[in-house]
Design a protein around this ligand. Structure first.
Ligand SMILES: [Zn+2]
Length: 286
């Protein structure tokens, strides 16, 4: 069962925005990592969100993009991501020649990788891109109830992995067509969300229905339009969906839609499948 929603965290993360204050909720772990990052020019168009619980600290460095393992299908089959210092034991055989791999640090590198014992190929693990649409229609948003695991029966935005050969926007349109049988037009990018622990980076686009027609695709039990006050937060499928919709509601109520970036980090000790216990570590917006 899902645990109760940590609404206070979201409120901290999404409310009043302050320039040049990193949002680390509640610890300073992410801030520490920022000092190693390239600087953001003061004139950078992005603003950093700060919470009343975060430490107010000027940002001489800026954020770093995150890497890591994989929240669904899209947020995916939820599985613990490999530690950055440990090779991924899931890559046990070479994708090129089929020989077993071993976990070693290749020459000139710092991390353990899965290296083929036959041909020597190094199997790098990089984050996957997930794209989706926040479809607006008549002051409502389109959600799909999942017919597949993980999170069977819970509500999500239409989203999925980008395919090789397609753009992020193209993938979002395709996923919306597949999951909601809805033809949409992209309006603007709305959010990029990194989930380092599971190696996923989300891009969510605002979109509109070309026609008012939609119906559940093979991966959906049902599709429906929800007014923002009726969104079923108690039964959303993924943390990325929770965060996206919270940001959207905040923007709608403030009367201005922004572009958002943040990282979603599970708290230490939280189960990878626990969708509600997370921190929004670094919230930037236009
Ligand atoms: Zn090989």
């Amino acid at each position: 069962m899902l645990r109760s929603l940590h609404l206070p965290l979201l409120r901290f993360a999404l409310s009043p925005f302050h320039r040049c204050n990193p949002s680390r909720i509640p610890s300073s772990r992410a801030i520490a990592s920022l000092s190693k990052s390239p600087a953001i020019a003061p004139s950078n168009a992005f603003f950093l969100a700060s919470s009343s619980r975060s430490r107010s600290r000027s940002v001489s460095g800026a954020f770093r993009t995150c890497s890591g393992g994989s929240e669904t299908n899209p947020d995916g089959n939820i599985a613990a991501a490999p530690s950055p210092s440990v090779g991924n034991p899931n890559i046990r055989f070479c994708q090129a020649c089929g020989s077993p791999t071993k976990q070693v640090i290749p020459d000139g590198e710092e991390k353990v990788r899965s290296v083929c014992t036959g041909c020597g190929r190094i199997h790098y693990e990089n984050p996957k891109m997930v794209v989706g649409c926040l479809v607006e229609h008549d002051n409502k948003v389109l959600l799909c109830r999942r017919k597949i695991e993980p999170s069977y029966g819970l509500w999500t935005l239409p989203a999925g992995y980008v395919e090789v050969g397609e753009s992020a926007a193209g993938g979002a349109i395709r996923e919306t067509l597949e999951e909601a049988r809805a033809e949409v037009e992209i309006l603007s990018p709305f959010a990029q969300l990194d989930i380092p622990r599971i190696g996923q980076s989300y891009i969510i686009f605002r979109a509109r229905l070309k026609t008012p027609d939609f119906s559940p695709g093979p991966e959906s039990l049902e599709c429906a339009l929800f007014a923002i006050d009726d969104i079923p937060f108690h039964s959303l499928a993924f943390s990325s969906v929770i965060v996206t919709l919270k940001m959207y509601i905040e923007d709608i109520k403030a009367g201005k839609l922004k572009f958002h970036y943040c990282t979603i980090n599970k708290r230490p000790g939280a189960s990878p499948s626990d969708l509600r216990t997370f921190d929004i570590d670094y919230h930037l917006h236009s």
